[in-house]
Design a protein around this ligand. Structure first.
Ligand SMILES: [Zn+2]
Length: 410
């Protein structure tokens, strides 16, 4: 087997393609099969070792170096579940196998000027990792050069000059003026910062920071088709704030979205309690909501130091009783926004009621709803419930008495 080493900023997937071409494999699948057979001889467990790591060993580079400098892993895995996060030594085999060769865009991107320079200096061209970021429309090294998209199947099985030669590339058409916009610049900053991150962040902390920031801007982050509060969502904010041509490039279907409806690709990235990781949505939300990437990262760090919601909820039980159910007082005691506390109390009300007086509040409310003539005070005294707290609970329910909802005790 011919041994080659990856070039500066060379994408691992393109490097694999180049290695397969040089070693005369018909395509990358055939190359990977051969590599798998070879990996046993290199002392790897052939079935479980990620191809990216086998490729690194073949090229004589460190596996971690391959992950951090040649794959899109840091960007793709920026926000991950706790059990999948990279610690000092790198990502788990499962993550590397699944994500090691993924790129965030549906097409492959090349710069014609880089390609010509490559051919002159080393007689072959190669795929740049930085060109595959969703924010790359012009080449950083050749600012006048628009990147070209290659929309074919398995673009990285061939080198960039091949696709340019056969005429299967399409220059990007994002208008020049978008490039000068603050939105475009901050989106690029967010993408690059995510690619340069050396470890993943806990997705819960990332979402929490984005969610809090969106709420502080007066946006709603609730799931569901419509928002009853009539507040705008982050995706509505994007429709207003981001230049139309950039929006259309990144999220083609965003144009069709009606105001107030939930748009997965953006709104899901800004929702707490969501465990899926969408790097494009995360990068976009960071640039949309925060004044700078560093302020977003600081806020994620702060979120990682906050106690998990389980602990917060136990604290709410106690505070709800102590403060007689006053949400502003609870919010100030917990240093959280009133909106956040209201949401937590509503989603947690049954446990709060139990913490207050066993099931008494629930029974009192049920009795109040079921009997037309019974006042809330009478119902509470009959069941030994605290009237003040029952009133708060009733208000939080927001259900009119006429509906006679016996399901109040749920
Ligand atoms: Zn270039």
């Amino acid at each position: 087997m011919l041994i080659i080493t990856p070039q500066d900023d060379e994408l691992a997937k393109g490097f694999l393609g180049r290695w397969c071409l040089l070693n005369d494999f018909s395509d990358c699948d055939a190359g990977i099969l051969a590599m798998r057979r070879h990996s046993g001889r290199m002392g790897f467990e052939p079935r479980t070792t990620p191809v990216l790591h086998v490729l690194a060993r073949l090229a004589g580079v460190d596996a971690r170096h391959m992950e951090l400098r040649h794959s899109m892993l840091p960007f793709m895995s920026f926000a991950m579940r706790e059990d999948q996060q990279a610690c000092g030594g790198g990502w788990s085999s499962a993550v590397v196998t699944h994500t090691g060769f993924l790129t965030p865009r549906s097409s492959a991107y090349l710069c014609p000027a880089c390609m010509k320079e490559d051919l002159r200096s080393r007689s072959y061209s190669y795929w740049r990792r930085s060109h595959q970021l969703p924010s790359a429309f012009w080449c950083d090294k050749h600012p006048k050069e628009r990147l070209h998209a290659v929309k074919v199947e398995k673009p990285f099985d061939r080198m960039p000059d091949y696709w340019l030669e056969v005429g299967l590339t399409e220059p990007e058409d994002l208008p020049e003026e978008v490039r000068a916009s603050a939105e475009f610049t901050s989106f690029g900053d967010a993408c690059r910062a995510m690619l340069e991150a050396e470890v993943s962040r806990n997705v819960t902390h990332v979402r929490r920071a984005l969610c809090d920031q969106a709420q502080s801007l007066g946006l709603t982050t609730k799931r569901g088709p419509f928002d009853l509060t009539k507040r705008a969502r982050p995706s509505d904010f994007a429709q207003r704030k981001v230049p139309a041509s950039l929006r259309r490039k990144l999220f083609p279907s965003l144009e069709l979205k009606a105001r107030g409806t939930f748009y997965n690709e953006i709104d899901d990235a800004v929702r707490s309690g969501n465990y899926s990781s969408m790097p494009l949505g995360t990068a976009f939300a960071v640039s949309l909501l925060f004044p700078s990437v560093s302020s977003a990262f600081l806020s994620m760090d702060a979120a990682s130091r906050r106690p998990p919601s389980k602990v917060l909820r136990a604290a709410i039980d106690q505070l709800f009783i102590q403060e007689n159910g006053s949400l502003p007082a609870i919010a100030s005691a917990m240093n959280l926004s009133v909106t956040r506390v209201t949401e937590m109390v509503i989603s947690h009300r049954l446990l709060i009621q139990k913490a207050i007086d066993g099931h008494a509040t629930g029974f009192a409310l049920k009795a109040f709803y079921d009997a037309d003539t019974l006042s809330l005070a009478e119902a509470c005294s009959r069941h030994g419930a605290n009237l003040r707290l029952a009133e708060r609970a009733l208000w939080l329910k927001g259900v009119p008495k006429s509906r006679r909802v016996s399901a109040l005790v749920e």
